[in-house]
Design a protein around this ligand. Structure first.
Ligand SMILES: *Cc1c(COP(=O)(O)O)cnc(C)c1O
Length: 360
């Protein structure tokens, strides 16, 4: 078997040991005579898988009891609608921080459901920084404050939790969840599409403070209805069973790595190495303000963009995959999620240094 170093932004790398275990368990799942994909989600075997995954995720994130954990479908994009539908029944304003492409999409969706107040925007700075919190215009009467802790495309990350007083804080953690410990109690709702740091595409994890579930508007579709899904243990309709199972294997793997404190150490080291290399080169550049640089997504550009094509081609040949930047911004992007090892980052830096030497 030959596996490349995979820097894809999403769907992204999964731990090899997880894939091997899934392969070994595939055709005859734990003695059932069928795969996990072929059995009822309400049967005893799958219920155990589902419950263990939830238990492990709760342990990893230290989720307090007054929070429900949901395993849903529809992606983070589904949650862009679910959040206003569940949390803003009465036409109140909804506060949004505008820090890049994904918060922009969340804002656009929320505007369908009521008035959106842009608390602050870094658009005029090319989304390369986080607006200074002293300039934020929070509405104390807002239904909630939404932000995107890690902007996957811009490579901009909050290294602090916004202070919103009594207004519930909602976070799209798609590309940063499980990269480090967080204090769940600071949030009203946390949601994440699985395909970056949790498991395969098709699963969406939502963590919601239970008291917030009483707010919903009458028109919320059943699949997006937090209270209904909680009441039905995320099984109001058929859940994404395979993705749920695989996420559970990833949670076990994370525990073997020392949990989120262990991951944070490795992730910080990986990111620091790569930024250090880029900053000390005349050939590569990262445009993001140092205090807002992402641990998970590292965009960089070459001094001469005419070399982009050969950089990507030679990287592929060297076993480094998925480095092309998002189509909206160009350049390169290395996504270095939990399952991307430090050895992968070392190999990338070595390749970049070699390419620079040959082309500078
Ligand atoms: C990938 C991503 C999304 C989109 O997720 P889908 O599951 O495709 O809807 C939303 N927000 C962030 C921060 C992302 O990284």
């Amino acid at each position: 078997m030959s596996r490349v170093f995979n820097f894809s932004a999403g769907p992204a790398a999964l731990p090899e040991s997880v894939l091997q275990r899934a392969q070994a368990e595939c055709a005859d799942f734990r003695g059932a005579g069928m795969s996990v994909m072929e059995m009822s989600h309400r049967g005893k075997i799958f219920m155990e898988v589902a419950e263990k995954a939830e238990r492990d995720l709760r342990a990893l994130l230290n989720v307090p009891d007054d929070y429900a954990v949901l395993f849903l479908q529809g992606g983070a994009t589904g949650q862009f609608a679910a959040v206003p539908l569940n949390l803003q029944p009465g036409g109140q304003a909804m506060d949004y921080l505008d820090t890049g492409a994904w918060s922009g999409k969340a804002i656009k969706e929320a505007q369908k459901y009521g008035p959106v107040n842009i608390v602050a925007s870094s658009q005029s700075h090319g989304y390369a920084s986080i607006p200074d919190s002293s300039t934020w215009k929070l509405d104390p009467g807002a239904a909630y404050v939404h932000y995107t802790p890690n902007e996957t495309i811009g490579g901009v990350e909050f290294h602090f939790v916004p202070e919103t007083g009594d207004v519930p804080l909602v976070a799209d953690m798609s590309s940063t969840i499980l990269s480090r410990p967080i204090d769940v109690a600071r949030y009203g709702v946390i949601y994440a599409g699985a395909q970056k740091n949790i498991g395969p595409a098709g699963l969406t994890v939502v963590i919601v403070r239970r008291d917030l579930m009483e707010r919903k508007s009458a028109g919320v579709p059943a699949v997006l209805d937090y209270a209904l899904q909680v009441k039905n243990d995320s099984m109001y309709n058929t859940p994404p069973t395979f993705a749920w199972y695989l996420a559970g294997l990833v949670f076990e793997w994370l525990m073997e790595q020392g949990g989120l404190a262990g991951m944070a150490q490795v992730n910080e080291r990986k990111a620091r190495k790569l930024y250090h290399f880029v900053d000390n080169s005349e050939f590569y550049r990262n445009p993001v303000e140092p205090s807002a640089r992402s641990w998970m997504n590292v965009p960089f550009i070459l001094a001469d963009d005419a070399l982009d094509g050969s950089f990507l081609k030679q990287a592929e040949e060297a076993g480094l995959s998925g480095l092309k930047g998002h189509r909206s911004v160009g350049g390169m992007r290395a996504s270095i999620y939990n399952a991307v090892s430090e050895a992968a980052v070392d190999a990338l830096i070595e390749f970049m240094a070699d390419f620079e030497q040959r082309h500078a």
